[in-house]
Write a protein that binds this ligand. Sequence first.
Ligand SMILES: NC(=O)c1ccc[n+]([C@@H]2O[C@H](COP(=O)([O-])OP(=O)(O)OC[C@H]3O[C@@H](n4cnc5c(N)ncnc54)[C@H](OP(=O)(O)O)[C@@H]3O)[C@@H](O)[C@H]2O)c1
Length: 271
Amino acid sequence: MSPQIAFLGAGNMATAMINGLLASGFSPSQLRASDPSEAALSRLQSLGLSQLNTSPQHIFIDADLVVVAVKPQVAPEALAAIRDQIGPNTAILSIAAGIPIASLQAAVDPTVPVIRCMPNTPAMIGKGASGLFATAQASDAHRALAEQVTNAVGMTMWVPSEALLDAVTAVSGSGPAYFFALIESIIAAGVDLGLDQQTAVALTLQTAIGAAELAGRSELPISTLRENVTSPGGTTEQALLALQSHQFDEIITHAVQACAERARTLGEEFG
Ligand SMILES: NC(=O)c1ccc[n+]([C@@H]2O[C@H](COP(=O)([O-])OP(=O)(O)OC[C@H]3O[C@@H](n4cnc5c(N)ncnc54)[C@H](OP(=O)(O)O)[C@@H]3O)[C@@H](O)[C@H]2O)c1
């Protein structure tokens, strides 16, 4: 029988995932959602979904996967409200940032298979990067179904421990913000050098996209790609020397470590 996926929360992330699943061949009859917001549900209705409810009643019964897509602070409580609907074949996929698996299992049943996911915001345009960790109770079928959900909005990498999701948060979960900050700085520097704003934005964005795609497609290591554009005595070399003289590597390392540490302490607070 075709798998059934039920979304607890039908906000931005759930809608992006549902759009992606429909585009990847899922039928609307395989997808369900519960959300107190009529507006959120009517958005899904317009995509063809019919198993929708402002109250969670019945929506999660016999689902193969329940996707927890509510804000982190309400996740355990929202999950506890549907505990009677979680059957023996149901797994939970939680995208609620920072909520530990133990808190999710405590809300339902400690034996329920849980897959925890750290997505990122480019999922909204199908270019997300998700890190996933599954408990030992999750079957291969549960893992494959969870991966279909995250692959529907981008790409998926599995990590071997829940603790490593803090590293995923630090690299890709919060990562878009680092790139936005870098893009903003380069645009501002370009404008300082005399470019108009529109030109600086267009050149910077296309350079970011081009560099990422080149790095993704090339068989060469990224360091080689960097060296290839860095002629001795040339212009790029001066820029990279300036970055290093201001401890570029140390700044990035410190930022990523600070993010991971905050993810760890938030997990403790939520736990
Ligand atoms: N790492 C990242 O960059 C990243 C990016 C996006 C999302 N996330 C995670 O994804 C999750 C969802 O985020 P989002 O941006 O999609 O949030 P969102 O747009 O606010 O969606 C959450 C939805 O859940 C609804 N809701 C509240 N209580 C509920 C309940 N008891 N049962 C069912 N639905 C309920 C909300 O309704 P009301 O608005 O009426 O309360 C809202 O429609 C969050 O936990 C977040 O941590 C992570």
